[in-house]
Design a protein around this ligand. Structure first.
Ligand SMILES: NC(=O)c1ccc[n+]([C@@H]2O[C@H](COP(=O)([O-])OP(=O)(O)OC[C@H]3O[C@@H](n4cnc5c(N)ncnc54)[C@H](OP(=O)(O)O)[C@@H]3O)[C@@H](O)[C@H]2O)c1
Length: 315
């Protein structure tokens, strides 16, 4: 496993990060723990969660899975989405941050979060309030690094300006979606990250499994897969235009004698802006396969053809 510095910070993270939003949902606790242990055994040191994943169950399971050797891991979690219906049950106010940090620390059975993400931009709370609060938490050692997810360049610029003006700890990384079917991050986000020394930890490397080639047009999603279990995911992906492009990717992969998922993961790894790609797994064998595939380097001409095919995709 290769490790990279996260932006201009000193933190080293594995090129693959384990995603955990399915823990305690379609993946039961015992299997989720085996998925984490398999990831660790294969050199993955970076684990991504959020306070809202399965109403906190994901954080609880990670806490159990890393008990005993927690310091070897870079544990990331997020806050900002609704955890209830009350007026202070979401956002990035001082109150919500303090509350949700204490909840996440308890669930994760730890005294600090390695990377703490703002899950989405909060247009209401003054940036100064949010950033001063995180700065204090970093000084107290409860949070080591601050990051953001699903932010625009304007959001990051506004935050950086406040941090610079007030001498506060800055954001070290962005978490956007990025895969062969969604290249939106290339337009503005990646250039901004590279210019400003931010890392990028990208999510949905396999488009939720769609880029493994397990789904075919007109055929019901195989039992037990995300396509079969989650109508919202299926509604988003089960579209003629997605099959049309994935069929082209598959044909190229077949000609190269390599699985499509191998090409999809390596295509992400080739982007210089990407520090680490997040992949989810519903079984330990999937983590094993994904790590193994990332280690195989496909021929340059195959990757160039794949890149050309993927131009203009925005699913
Ligand atoms: N910041 C955000 O707003 C945000 C949003 C979304 C996700 N995320 C993060 O990113 C993580 C990953 O997202 P994602 O789940 O969409 O990622 P993904 O890696 O694109 O999809 C993961 C799913 O693909 C299937 N899969 C993975 N490896 C496979 C293999 N080798 N063979 C066959 N199927 C395989 C599994 O589903 P099945 O077995 O069920 O088919 C697995 O659950 C999340 O857990 C979360 O941590 C963040």
């Amino acid at each position: 496993m290769e490790y990279r510095s996260l932006g201009r910070s000193g933190l080293k993270i594995s090129r693959m990060t384990l995603g955990t939003n399915n823990f305690g949902r379609d993946v039961d606790e015992a299997t989720s723990i085996r998925v984490v242990r398999k990831a660790i055994d294969l050199g993955i040191n970076s684990i991504d969660s959020a306070n809202v994943y399965t109403q906190g169950k994901s954080e609880e399971i990670i806490g159990k899975a890393v008990r005993g050797d927690r310091d070897r891991f870079v544990i990331a979690t997020k806050l900002g989405h609704e955890v209830g219906e009350g007026p202070n049950d979401s956002g990035l106010s001082r109150k919500h941050i303090h509350w949700q940090l204490s909840v996440s620390l308890r669930r994760l059975q730890t005294d600090h979060i390695d990377i703490y993400y703002m899950h989405r931009f909060d247009p209401v709370t003054p940036l100064e309030e949010t950033l001063k609060t995180f700065d204090e938490l970093i000084r107290e050692g409860k949070v080591l690094y601050l990051a953001c997810s699903n932010f625009t360049v304007e959001n990051m610029r506004a935050m950086n300006e406040v941090c610079e003006r007030l001498g506060l700890e800055r954001i070290v990384a962005l978490q956007p979606p990025y895969n062969l079917l969604n290249r939106e991050a290339e337009a503005e986000l990646f250039p901004y990250c590279l210019e400003n020394g931010l890392g990028a930890i990208t999510y949905s490397a396999l488009a939720g499994g769609f880029l493994t080639g397990k789904y075919s047009e007109g055929v019901p999603a195989p039992a037990g897969t995300r396509g079969a279990l989650y109508p919202r995911f299926w509604g988003r992906m089960n579209k003629p235009e997605n099959y049309a492009i994935v069929e082209k990717f598959k044909a190229l992969a077949d000609t190269a004698g390599m699985p499509l998922s191998l090409l999809a993961l390596n295509w992400i790894a080739k982007n210089p802006a990407v520090t680490s790609m997040i992949t989810g797994a519903s079984r330990p064998e999937q983590v094993e396969e994904n790590v193994r595939e990332l280690e195989v380097k496909p021929p340059e001409e195959v990757m160039a053809k794949l890149d050309a095919l993927a131009k203009g995709t925005t699913a």
